[in-house]
Design a protein around this ligand. Structure first.
Ligand SMILES: Nc1ncnc2c1ncn2[C@@H]1O[C@H](COP(=O)(O)OP(=O)(O)O)[C@@H](O)[C@H]1O
Ligand SMILES: [Mg+2]
Length: 292
């Protein structure tokens, strides 16, 4: 199995240290509580820019063929993210954000172009290797939380660790650790319906973080939350990116996270462009998403 595929937390740590060593410039922060790592520094990459992005896309294109014609949901997207970087993507509904995150996360395959994780092209990995990657290296958070209703908060967080066959003792310790990280210590036994929307999303975040992913993909993670709760969840994501040295790609419209972003991008009709925070950045460039 190649070096990219991380099948358990221990290998994940080894990989992080290897990367940290290669980055050289900045000592790795201790993995622990959120408050441990919220220094203002924007780490990201070597001064000489030599570090390799954790995830990158080049010419990424996904065309859907529908009765109405072709939809170029993702159209020639170039993108990369380094460890400790928070890339925020804005875009109107239908602009292609979910399609892009699905491609980056190996949930969908591109029509053209490529996604690389640690330099390895996903298209060249076997289905089994991509599955491994999804279980260990990638963490997902969705707008709808996606928690299993019959399981407690702790059991939901445990799901990916079970999939990774993490030993029970280590699993319990990690579940407690990530629930603490997201501020939910004491809520372990509650089921999703006994938790508020913000708490449910924090459980989903804890679940995504449990396997120590190197990449966090969050698709409108605050879409169902009121603005105060949304601010807290997004703040937490920003802190976790800093303290856990994760490369995060998050779609949101929420201004506080936009300010925290190391890079702000706008998606429109499948195209990704730099975002200056104005409405104009979201406007279509006159191209039609539906052709034919
Ligand atoms: N499985 C699919 N089949 C056909 N069209 C799709 C599919 N998924 C997405 N699309 C289309 O691709 C475009 C981008 O969708 P999406 O990525 O969901 O955008 P966003 O997340 O920004 O709202 C839309 O026009 C949508 O209808
Ligand atoms: Mg979407």
């Amino acid at each position: 199995m190649g070096g990219v595929i991380v099948s358990d937390g221990v290998a994940g740590d080894a990989r992080r240290h290897e990367l940290a060593g290669r980055r050289g410039a900045e000592p790795e922060r201790t993995i622990g509580t959120v408050s441990g790592g919220v220094a203002g520094a924007r780490p990201v990459r070597d001064a000489d820019g030599a570090a390799e992005p954790v995830v990158s896309a080049r010419g990424l294109t996904r065309v859907f063929r529908t009765a109405a014609g072709e939809v170029r949901a993702c159209d020639g997207v170039d993108l990369h993210a380094y460890a400790g970087e928070l890339v925020v993507i804005r875009g109107r509904s239908g602009s292609g954000k979910t399609t892009l995150l699905g491609l980056l996360g190996g949930l969908d395959r591109p029509t053209a172009g490529e996604v690389r994780v640690h330099g390895r092209n996903l298209a060249e990995l076997s289905d089994e290797q991509v599955s491994e990657l999804r279980r260990g290296t990638l963490g997902y958070v969705f707008q709808s939380f996606g928690l299993l209703p019959m399981l407690s908060a702790a059991e939901n967080v445990e799901v990916p660790l079970r999939a990774l066959r993490t030993p029970a003792e280590e699993r319990d310790a990690r579940v407690a650790e990530v629930l603490e990280m997201v501020g939910l210590a004491g809520h372990e036994r509650q089921r999703p319906y006994e938790l508020s929307g913000g708490q449910q999303q924090r459980v989903a975040l804890a679940r995504a973080l449990a396997p120590r992913p190197e990449i966090l993909l969050a698709d409108e993670p605050t879409g169902q939350l009121d603005s105060e709760t949304a601010a807290r969840v997004l703040d937490l994501i920003g802190e976790l990116v800093d303290s856990q040295r994760i490369a995060a790609i998050v779609t949101t419209h929420f201004p506080p996270l936009m300010q925290r972003a190391t890079r702000l991008l706008a998606m429109h009709d499948g195209h990704l462009t730099p975002d200056d925070g104005t409405d104009a950045a979201l406007a279509s460039h006159g191209r039609h998403a539906v052709v034919g």
